[in-house]
Design a protein around this ligand. Structure first.
Ligand SMILES: O=C(O)CCC(=O)C(=O)O
Ligand SMILES: [Fe+2]
Length: 205
């Protein structure tokens, strides 16, 4: 019999976060700490991490993190007038995708991987509300390594909620979350170890 990639009994009971106009389910111990350390190292080594650049007001900057985009062949997304093709899945990403699909009862065809190398890496405020994600996208966000805060901002009430995402956790964002809330990963001057986050998505074509 094939051995399972995931040996441990994980805790698959989510915490439903009490935030208006959002559907957020948090699984603090989705993957056991011992496994998360191994998975983090495997992701670090096996993904094709790239330094993307963005142009803002005529100036070009390095994005403050490394990224990799994997998925089904046809799961392209539009980015600054470019149609970006994903890299083909590897077996580790496919296994993690399956695990997130089972938990969230959803289907994903792509994943954006982000590597935050230290405290000075982060992600600016945004919503994952691109048209190709549909009206009420389900996004499964898996975190490995250093705990970082995901800060939510309500578009109308300006309410702020800070959610620390810890090693081996899963956050499933669905319903109207992207419509009413933006989120960011703040930079910090603190000395922090690396973190890898995977956001599984379904791109409609
Ligand atoms: O790193 C995180 O927890 C957030 C990533 C994110 O918001 C995204 O990939 O869209
Ligand atoms: Fe996001």
């Amino acid at each position: 019999m094939q051995q399972s990639l995931f040996e441990s009994q994980y805790d698959n009971t989510p915490i439903q976060l009490d935030m208006p106009d959002a559907d957020l389910k948090y699984y603090p111990n989705f993957i056991a700490a011992s496994e998360s350390a191994i998975l983090m190292q495997a992701l670090h080594q096996s993904l094709d991490w790239r330094q993307e650049r963005i142009t803002l007001y005529g100036k070009t900057f390095d994005v403050p993190r490394l990224q990799a985009w994997y998925g089904d062949k046809n799961a392209c997304y539009q980015y600054s007038n470019l149609s970006l093709r994903p890299l083909p899945w590897n077996s580790l990403l496919l296994a993690l995708k399956q695990k997130c699909e089972n938990a969230s009862n959803s289907h994903f065809n792509s994943v954006l991987a982000n590597l935050y190398r230290h405290g000075q890496d982060g992600m600016g405020r945004h919503a994952d509300n691109e048209p190709e994600l549909g009206q009420q996208p389900v996004i499964a966000s898996l975190s490995f390594g250093e705990e970082r805060n995901l800060d939510f901002y309500h578009n109308v009430t300006k309410n702020k909620v800070r959610l620390p995402l810890h090693n081996g956790s899963l956050l499933v964002m669905s319903g109207d979350t992207q419509k009413y809330w933006q989120h960011s990963v703040a930079k910090t001057k603190k000395t922090l170890a690396q973190r890898i986050n995977l956001t599984f998505r379904y791109i409609q074509n």
